[in-house]
Design a protein around this ligand. Sequence first.
Ligand code: SF4
Ligand code: SF4
Length: 122
Amino acid sequence: MPWVKDKMCVGCGVCVEECCADAISMSEGIAFIDDARCIRCGVCHDVCAEDAIRHDGERIPQEVESNLAWIKGFLEHQYYSGNTKKQKELIGRMKRYFHKERKVAEKTIEQLDTWMTAEHGS
Ligand code: SF4
Ligand code: SF4
């Protein structure tokens, strides 16, 4: 999923004009990408002279922080407060959840490879 690094965007509007899915709009002089409309064509990466449109991989640390904040939010609930057993159980559940998410991603990649081979031979 492409995203715009606000500080690098100069508001030229080129990406808005070139996006074939009307997924980019301007908000207060900065480009904004609507994830729900984006069809992942990658054109916006190519047309932005400022390199302001960035790739997903750069957001991994930020997404990890967000996941940790999400889990910490659960731990702050009174249900878990001062109860080490319940806290450990929650951590175990959340680890299983992320293992499941990893499996889903791995299986999806496998299926995409199978699909590409069947459709295009490579
Ligand atoms: S092309 Fe780049 S600099 Fe121009 S509006 Fe889009 S993101 Fe901003
Ligand atoms: S990847 Fe394609 S569809 Fe998505 S925002 Fe960029 S230009 Fe638009």
